[in-house]
Design a protein around this ligand. Structure first.
Ligand code: SF4
Length: 309
């Protein structure tokens, strides 16, 4: 251990062999979600949004692989999408929870890929899905990941989103900082929307010149990684793998809505969304005005107990 690096992790107990940029970012957003997915292996079915994102990602990778190898993709978009689609169906997380027909989703993914063709033409890739692994002082397991594509001058990341995004989201920036440790180049994002008529935005698009990030201070990124891993280790020591970890996902604008343990589950298993009997009684619509009137209006639950004055 080098001088100046705290030996906080000498008691490292976390049962992980490596950590990825995505895993670290997920942990920072909600430790409880991270515990259930990555320690308890409770992944649930992929949401349709996540499935669409993965298929798009596969399609971009296929097109760029061919471009890198000097073979412009001769097959039509449907053929390329067929391969990208099948790759996702064959993967470990496979089919999503279908909330639309597979045929409609396939068509949408194909339109998304067509909208991204100008981005693909823009990129002269030196590497596609470039795997990396490095170690960080003070962190006992390696950090791994893969950069979507990189050129002589930038790292590219491909994202999908419901609507236009003009600046990179904070989670994307955190991941990109980690990729920059492996390949210190500025980051460019290409974001394709999942609207009926998809649009792709990237830094060369007139509306979205800010979908970029310069090379950030690597010492700060290392500090952020180390602090995240220290917190994981501390939470593991405090709660172990089976007790709930902090439910900080509730502070996020939409994270719980996409979480398999949260409100989209008819029987949420996350305590933040589990309703007590008392809360169920108090739900709007289950409360009716009391006939009893005093200085203020009194409300009485169906059980007849006094609720509020
Ligand atoms: S529902 Fe929200 S708080 Fe609960 S685990 Fe999921 S993201 Fe975290």
């Amino acid at each position: 251990m080098e001088e100046g690096i705290p030996i906080r992790l000498s008691g490292f107990r976390l049962p992980v062999e490596h950590l990825s940029a995505t895993s670290l970012a997920d942990f920072v957003q909600c430790p409880e979600k991270w515990r259930r997915e990555r320690l308890k292996n409770e992944w649930g079915k992929k949401s349709l949004d996540a499935f669409i994102g993965s298929v798009h990602h596969n399609a971009m990778g296929l097109m760029l692989h061919h471009r890198m190898n000097g073979m412009p993709y001769a097959d039509g978009p449907e053929r390329v999408m067929g391969y990208a689609w099948q790759d996702q169906m064959d993967s470990d997380d496979g089919e999503p929870e279908w909330t639309d027909t597979p045929d409609n989703v396939f068509k949408l993914n194909t339109k998304m890929m067509i909208s991204a063709l100008p981005v693909i033409k823009e990129i002269e890739p030196l590497g596609v899905e470039q795997f990396f692994e490095f170690t960080v002082k003070g962190v006992p397991v390696p950090i791994r990941g893969s950069i979507d594509a990189h050129t002589k001058v930038v790292n590219w990341e491909f994202k999908t989103n419901k609507q236009k995004v003009s600046t990179p989201k904070s989670k994307w920036q955190f991941q990109a900082r980690i990729y920059q440790l492996a390949n210190p180049k500025p980051t460019f994002w290409a974001v394709t929307t999942k609207q009926v008529q998809p649009v792709s935005y990237w830094p060369m698009h007139a509306d979205t010149p800010n979908l970029t990030m310069p090379v950030e201070n690597p010492d700060v990124t290392v500090l952020m990684i180390r602090q995240a891993v220290e917190q994981m280790n501390d939470l593991y020591a405090r709660y172990g793998p089976d007790e709930h970890w902090p439910l900080t996902g509730v502070m996020h604008e939409w994270l719980c809505s996409y979480c398999t343990f949260g409100p989209r589950n008819p029987n949420p298993t996350c305590p933040a969304w589990r309703e007590s009997e008392r809360a169920a009684e108090l739900r709007p619509g289950r409360i009716e005005p009391s006939s009893e009137r005093g200085d203020g209006e009194r409300l009485t639950s169906r059980t007849g107990s006094h609720v509020e004055e």
